[in-house]
Design a binder for this molecule. Structure first.
Ligand SMILES: *Cc1c(COP(=O)(O)O)cnc(C)c1O
Length: 419
């Protein structure tokens, strides 16, 4: 039996095939420092592109609404058992489509519309889904955000406690997107206990560091832990919820049928692969190297007159206040892109500038560490960044930096990219 030839992507859609090829080249040549991004392995990419994308499997392993689930059940069970072991969690739900839906499921499990919730405010480095006003979580719930101290830009635990005592939130979130310091989960636990709040640790950015033991774990301390799977954890784009067994039923029901339909089984398969990779000694070394690189890059930038919010970092990210350099975050991020260095402009705490044109940039070292870069490359990158700031309007110099950046990255293989 011979079947007819099945056209490849390039044959069916040369335009998209070409864009994939160009994006591969861009990701290979650039120094990618967006703190929420990474390079997944070839194995994770392969599972993501598998036939599990064809399958519907509403429900959970062993309790599905459609037939034909033997392999989907096995995939989801493997993903869950590996993640439970990796994080030491009693229960895991791997079905949330991404980090934001994972958080929404927590609201649905514990809150009624109008209930009070508390999280780090967006301008101080929190996430939209922790009750910020433009998010559904700020529109359907009463949000009373806490902030950071004006002098140190670190979380103000006295303010958290005072606000929590006054507002009695149903949910207390800890976690953020632009906070470079260690989260004190036990301190949040004692405040949550004092006011009777459900403590939710959102470790979207740091879950790879937590898995590897280079950031303290909230598992066993927080009632619920939510995360993306594609940031430092280096899995496919997705979300997950870890919780105590006592909350398992409520959270599972909130994800399905409360919020979602069929799970993305191809993503679950890839997440199982990522969980296996994250259980290796090699991943522990990787996570430690992410933090070491962030510290080295931070010191190299400070040595060149850059200002870091909180003065440094404990994790994978750096928030840089560009004010002392006399440029705003956005034009600098745009100049860096022309120089082959990709990051994002970002508000800093108490930013006098608008969110769309803020004072800072955010940098992360998870992607460049995935390529095996180390201390000498961090020095080189800081040097490029300094040249770019002094030549911000000099396209010739930015192009020269870009070719030097490409020479640097050419020496480091990028996981998943076979050029
Ligand atoms: C990235 C992030 C999310 C949201 O993840 P998406 O996958 O983009 O929906 C939620 N919380 C925090 C703290 C994040 O950093």
């Amino acid at each position: 039996m011979t079947f007819p030839h099945q056209p490849t992507l390039a044959e069916t859609d040369p335009e998209i095939a070409e864009l994939v090829r160009k994006e591969e080249r861009r990701q290979f040549e650039a120094v990618r420092m967006i703190a929420s991004e990474n390079y997944v392995s070839r194995a994770v990419l392969e599972a993501t592109g598998s036939v599990f994308t064809n399958k519907y499997s509403e429900g959970y392993a062993g309790k599905r609404y459609y037939q034909g689930q033997e392999h989907c059940d096995a995939v989801e069970e493997l993903a869950c058992s590996r993640l439970k072991k990796l994080f030491g969690a009693e229960h895991v739900n791997v079905q949330p489509y991404s980090g934001s839906p994972a958080n929404l499921a927590v609201y649905l499990a514990f809150c009624k519309p109008g209930d009070t919730v508390m999280g780090l405010g967006l301008p101080a480095g929190g996430h939209l889904t922790h009750g910020w006003n433009v998010s559904i979580t700020g529109k359907y719930f009463k949000s009373t955000p806490y902030g950071v101290r004006p002098e140190t830009h670190r979380i103000d635990m006295d303010e958290v406690r005072k606000l929590a005592l006054a507002e009695r939130p149903k949910l207390l979130f800890c976690g953020g997107t632009a906070y470079a310091r260690t989260w004190d989960f036990p301190a949040f636990r004692s405040i949550a206990d004092e006011v009777g709040a459900v403590l939710v640790a959102d470790i979207a950015h740091i879950s790879g560091l937590v898995a590897a033991g280079v950031h303290p774990s909230p598992v066993g301390i927080a009632d619920v832990v939510t995360s993306t799977t594609h940031k430092t954890l280096r899995g496919p784009r997705g979300g997950m919820i870890l919780c105590k067994a006592s909350h398992a039923k409520d959270l599972d029901r909130a994800v399905f049928p409360g919020l979602q339909g069929g799970p993305h089984n191809h993503t679950t398969a890839a997440l199982a692969v990522a969980a296996k990779e994250a259980s290796t000694p090699e991943f522990k070394r990787y996570a430690a190297a992410i933090v070491a690189n962030a510290k080295t890059l931070g010191e190299a930038l400070v040595a060149r007159g850059f200002a870091l919010v909180t003065g440094g970092t404990d994790n994978h990210l750096l928030l840089v206040d560009m004010t002392p350099k006399g440029v705003a975050g956005k034009p600098y991020a745009q100049a860096l892109e022309r120089a082959g260095i990709v990051c994002n402009y970002n508000s800093i705490p108490f930013d006098p500038r608008k969110p769309f044109d803020p004072s800072g940039i955010r940098l992360g070292t998870s992607s460049i560490t995935s390529r095996g870069m180390g201390a000498s490359e961090m020095e080189a990158i800081a040097g490029f960044m300094d040249r770019a700031v002094t030549h911000i309007a000099d396209d010739g110099e930015l192009a020269r930096i870009r070719s030097e950046v490409a020479q640097l990255t050419a020496r480091f293989p990028a996981p998943g990219i076979l050029l």
